[in-house]
Ligand binder design. Structure first.
Ligand SMILES: [Zn+2]
Length: 155
């Protein structure tokens, strides 16, 4: 569960969907719907690569990628072009899509109490949770659709 990728990102306000996909692929990707003054530059100083749709913002930071497209598929491609994204599926689904925290394996009893019965009986050994926002995750049709999509896109 703790495969940490050395590349870390901060996604600018208009790139929420891209941030979710990067998290799905296991990348530590900071994202907020708005950033107070100086926040972006602090995050870049932490070593995060800034992803932005704003040309001027991209020009302000050496460590940035200008993402000039609307569809998340093309946005991922733009990032992949600048720095080859991982194809290692062991990294996928290791991070909370909502809050970016690394996921942990859920204790069986805790999992039993927090997911629907059919999910528990089918996936009990593979249920993980987010220690920060307390969401539970498990394999299933939603995840399969995302895997299919990423596979179609060449990842
Ligand atoms: Zn979370």
């Amino acid at each position: 569960m703790n495969t940490t990728n050395p590349i870390i990102f901060v996604a600018d306000t208009m790139l929420g969907k891209l941030a979710r996909y990067l998290r799905i692929m296991g990348y530590d990707t900071f994202y907020q719907t708005s950033y107070p003054d100086q926040r972006l530059s602090e995050l870049v100083k932490e070593g995060r690569i800034l992803l932005t749709r704003n040309h001027e913002t991209a020009n302000q930071y050496l460590n940035s990628i200008f993402v000039d497209c609307d569809l998340v598929k093309d946005q991922l491609k733009a990032v992949d072009k600048s720095l080859k994204l991982t194809r290692d599926r062991r990294d996928w689904f290791t991070r909370c899509i909502v809050c970016n925290s690394p996921l942990s394996k859920a204790e069986l009893e805790v999992a039993r109490q927090n997911v629907p019965d059919f999910v528990f009986s089918k996936y009990h050994e593979r249920i993980v949770f987010c220690p920060t926002c307390k969401r539970f995750y498990w394999p299933g049709s939603h995840r399969e659709r995302m895997v299919e999509r990423l596979t179609d896109w060449g990842y």
